[in-house]
Write a protein that binds this ligand. Structure first.
Ligand SMILES: *[C@@H]1O[C@H](CO)[C@@H](O)[C@H](O)[C@H]1NC(C)=O
Ligand SMILES: *[C@@H]1O[C@H](CO)[C@@H](O)[C@H](O)[C@H]1NC(C)=O
Length: 338
């Protein structure tokens, strides 16, 4: 079973490499073998990308929509802003790295790393004990901190802010951990249970951090540390929490292009009308997207008919290719225009 799957994958990679794509990963795979290929850095890269995908999902209908240029790994420190959006990018990519490392550890991808069984056998509460495979968040936290925080150099306001937000991202992974249990007893009577702590879906962490972003705090850099700005107010007197997202400067006007401030403007952005989804937060913003991205930015909503090509009638041929037809469809697109 596994060897079929593996040779399918290898066959696929060889096919790909003939067209010049993926040749690096193919060579790496063949030369070092699967075991050596599985290193922390693979997970770190995958985790950071996972974080950025989630960022794009969370900001799909926002004026700032998490452009590629905002990925911390692709930005030169001096060019990076220190606003509310920067705080989100750091938190979500740091959370992504911790998440992937933790998950991979549980999956047995690394030597010397497995489930967290420090509490195994201990009574957890009324009628349940710790057992099963708890996700090893301590491992994920430690290793991700090593990789991600190392990208922040210097000791200035910018560095202190980013380290704070990286930490807030890791805290979010911990705060969203859930307890999963299994019943024991005669024919599932559930007289006793064993429970373990498990990572939530990454979407849950994305939603959680989006709310943190909404409640982000403007801070000042004072004597090597951060303090809430406008310290006159009552709330500002309470100490800064490590769980909060913090930023040092106001966001630019994302309606307009301002490259140095990290704004691409909303001209050309697509919006939608009359969607049925509106139950969740995303749906709410999607429904208001034309207003939010175009009208309130002083732009018009322009309708264009475009021919969209897509794959259809796909058939799977054993083993391993997929053959599809190309179908054309006329669709109406709405975009923001001057
Ligand atoms: C870890 O997880 C990511 C994504 O979930 C995956 O791409 C990667 O191959 C996994 N394993 C290792 C050892 O990196
Ligand atoms: C671009 O953004 C910066 C920082 O927010 C601001 O100071 C500057 O005035 C903006 N430039 C334009 C042309 O709007």
């Amino acid at each position: 079973m596994y060897s079929i799957v593996l040779s399918c994958i290898l066959g696929f990679l060889i096919l790909e490499s003939q067209h010049g794509v993926q040749s690096w990963s193919l060579n790496n795979f063949l030369m070092t073998g699967p075991k050596a290929y599985l290193t922390f850095s693979q997970s770190v890269a995958a985790g950071a990308m996972h974080g950025m995908e989630e960022c794009r999902h969370q900001f799909l209908w926002d004026r700032w929509n998490c452009p590629e240029s905002s990925l911390p790994m692709f930005t030169q420190n001096a060019l990076e802003r220190a606003n509310r959006e920067t705080s989100f990018v750091h938190a979500i990519s740091s959370a992504g790295v911790m998440y992937t490392l933790t998950r991979n550890c549980s999956l047995g991808d690394f030597d010397k790393c497995g489930c967290d069984d420090t509490k195994k056998g201990d009574q957890g509460g009324e009628g349940w004990k710790w057992g099963g495979c708890s996700d090893n968040v301590n491992f994920g936290e430690r290793v991700s901190k090593m990789f991600v925080d190392a990208l922040v150099t210097g000791k200035d306001a910018w560095a202190v802010m980013n380290l704070h937000n990286n930490e807030a991202g890791r805290k979010a992974v911990r705060q969203t951990l859930k307890r999963t249990c299994k019943c024991h007893g005669v024919s599932g009577s559930c007289t006793t249970q064993t429970c373990w702590k498990q990572l939530s879906e990454f979407r849950v962490i994305g939603d959680f951090l989006k709310r943190k972003y909404g409640n982000g705090l403007l801070v000042d850099y004072v004597r090597g540390g951060l303090e809430k700005a406008n310290s006159a107010s009552e709330q500002a007197l309470s100490p800064l929490s490590k769980k909060d997202l913090v930023y040092l400067e106001a966001s630019p006007d994302y309606c307009r292009v301002n490259v140095s401030a990290g704004s691409m403007g909303t001209v050309g952005r697509e919006c939608v009308r009359g969607t049925k989804k509106s139950k969740d937060e995303q749906g709410k913003w999607e429904k208001q997207s034309c207003k939010r991205l175009c009208s309130t930015c002083g732009l018009k909503v322009k309708k264009t008919k475009v021919i969209e090509k897509s794959s259809c009638n796909c058939k799977f041929h054993w083993c391993c290719s997929v053959k599809c037809d190309e179908c054309q469809q006329e669709v109406t697109k709405l975009t923001c225009q001057t």
